[in-house]
Design a protein around this ligand. Structure first.
Ligand code: MCA
Ligand code: AMP
Length: 505
């Protein structure tokens, strides 16, 4: 096959007038219409001297054109690098520079703030909005609707997704065509997706969940998506009768359950609800089944590996577990000190090997070597155990990571920013339970001297440099941080002390 990922996901549907994207405004884009738009973008970017293997970074609103830009990169052999729309210019500048992107595409409304970023990185800037506009959207209209697909093989890179580290800066996870394709094939099959499915798609498309799981599965199966710009409770309840399946982070499910319109009747015709990206509370699982009669199917994945395990489609979907290794994926639980597999029931670090596991971190051989063993096993940083029936349970993290509403937040990044502010001697950032987001960020500040630091100034500094979802939702002042005998900050003590910070009154 000339370009396995493109040919299987998109090319296979050439000429089909079947629906691919149903939009909130009532429009429908067919498979063929989507392919023709994709070809226009592929012609455009190839004409801008963006060559196969080059990176195209995009911080654009979710829209059919944003998705066509992704498909166009696959067709043109260009490495697609999607970026969270919440990122500030200072966050963006790192990704554009670090990836050496040949082209950076942003929303026209942000072009003013991002032009200096692109200049500094020596990267060409173009724009795209969610209304077929922006320089790229307009230019694409004048391009041919066919494109000679660039040949690739499964080992060639298809995408970079940046993922933060416990220390230091974000790392570009290099994902190959084979990584994405193998996972899309396994999941489509495992979850029984066919051309008859209509997926209610309200996730962002700059992360694995919304792009490589939800979109790739629907592209492969030939089904359709109700493609919402983002999470919108009213629209989701209105449109659910048109769908057969939904994928979401746990916050989607708790918000739906909080709404009395979300009933057994509304979901009667649905065939599948999938949850992932963050732990689904067993309580949510139970409540969901009581309300709707459906058992949510929970699965487990990572940016570096796509999906690793899944509860069964047919069979017992167990609350509080992430199911079994997917076909072709090996999962083992090991002792962090020795790397030896521990017996079932014992807790250890979760390691994963398979065609889904990424190629390494872009230009970071040391970090790659630290997490990806020579034998192909990737050390996830998650802690878990297998039960006697072979279900994997995630019990914690061996990494300092907060997951809030499905977004990963690395405390170190926030602490480094806070520690640089006037009046702050040191800081510690922890995640504590939050009724909507699962976990929320609390910053604990130790003042430098007697005067309390200006919390508004700290908020402003975070707002300037950091995406909103990362910004602490609570600041606490403390004379000192709790430390163990080795001098290490005891974050578990802080998590306990502020455990009720967001408890409902
Ligand atoms: C929004 N806010 C958040 C978050 N989202 N704060 C913390 N965590 C968040 N996730 C902020 C807003 O900026 C706002 O701040 C306030 O919280 C309330 O916003 P709201 O309108 O309620 O938020 P929303 O627009 O409804 O978004 C919530 C959301 C969204 C729908 C849960 O965060 C979302 O779509 N999450 C999905 C993330 C995802 O796709 N993750 C997959 C990663 P203020 O009030 O101060 O203005 S892929 C992955 O993890 C792996 C591979 C996997 O296994 O899938
Ligand atoms: P990311 O690297 O941003 O893709 O986030 C991956 C992390 O999300 C994993 O390492 C887990 O810690 C977490 N995660 C994903 N799915 C689940 C799940 N079903 N239950 C618990 N944690 C999950």
């Amino acid at each position: 096959m000339a370009n396995p990922l493109f040919d299987t996901l998109f090319g296979a549907h050439a000429g089909r007038a079947t629906p691919f994207l149903h939009l909130a405004d009532g429009r429908t884009i067919t498979h063929d219409g989507f392919l023709r738009r994709t070809a226009q973008f592929a012609n455009l970017i190839a004409g801008m001297d963006v060559a196969p293997g080059d990176r195209l970074a995009a911080q654009v609103a979710k829209s059919p054109d944003a998705l066509a830009l992704y498909a166009a990169c696959v067709q043109a052999g260009v490495v697609f690098l999607p970026l969270n729309t919440a990122y500030t210019p200072s966050e963006i500048s790192y990704f554009v520079e670090n990836s050496g992107a040949a082209l950076f595409v942003c929303d026209p409304a942000k072009a003013g703030a991002l032009t200096p970023v692109a200049h500094a990185a020596g990267t060409r800037l173009e724009t795209l909005n969610d209304r077929l506009g922006g320089s790229l959207g307009e230019e694409a209209n004048h391009q041919p609707e066919t494109f000679a697909t660039v040949a690739r093989d499964e080992g060639d890179l298809a995408a970079f997704l940046y993922t933060s580290g416990t220390t230091g800066r974000s790392k570009g996870a290099m994902l190959t065509q084979g990584n994405l394709l193998s996972n899309a094939q396994v999941l489509t099959d495992h979850w029984h997706f066919t051309a008859d499915d209509v997926l209610l798609h309200a996730l962002p498309i700059f992360h694995t969940h919304g792009l490589f799981v939800a979109t790739n599965i629907m592209a492969l199966s030939g089904g359709a998506m109700i493609f919402l710009p983002g999470f919108d409770l009213d629209a989701m309840i209105d449109l659910m009768p048109e769908a057969t399946a939904m994928m979401g982070v746990p916050t989607f499910y708790t918000r739906l359950l909080d709404d009395p319109r979300f009933t057994r009747e509304l979901t009667a015709h649905m065939r599948l609800f999938v949850s992932g990206s963050a732990p689904l509370l067993a309580d949510t699982h139970v409540q969901f089944e009581a309300r709707t009669g459906h058992r949510i199917l929970e699965r487990y994945g990572m940016t570096e590996t796509n999906m690793n395990t899944s509860n069964p489609y047919d069979g017992d979907r167990r609350a509080g577990t992430v199911g079994f290794p997917l076909p072709g994926v090996e999962v083992k639980v090991t002792d962090p000190a020795t790397g030896e597999t521990v017996p079932p029931g014992d807790i250890g670090q979760i390691e994963v090997r398979g065609p889904n596991v990424f190629k390494g971190y872009w230009q970071m051989p040391d970090k790659t070597a630290a997490e990806l063993r020579a034998d192909g096993f990737f050390i996830t940083g998650d802690l878990g155990k297998f039960d006697d029936d072979g279900y994997l349970q995630i019990v914690g993290r061996n990494k300092d990571l907060i997951i809030s509403g499905g977004y990963n937040i690395y405390p170190k990044e926030i602490e480094m920013l806070l520690d640089d502010q006037p009046g702050v001697r040191e800081s510690a950032v922890v995640g504590v339970p939050h009724p909507d987001f699962g976990e929320a960020v609390v910053a604990v500040i130790v003042p430098d001297g007697d005067a309390a630091p200006d919390i508004d100034a700290l908020r402003a500094a975070c707002a300037r440099d950091m995406a909103r979802y990362k910004q602490p939702k609570r600041y606490e002042i403390r004379a000192e941080l709790p430390r163990n005998t080795m001098g290490k900050v005891q974050k578990n003590v802080l998590r306990d002390d502020y455990a009720d910070a967001f408890a409902p009154a």
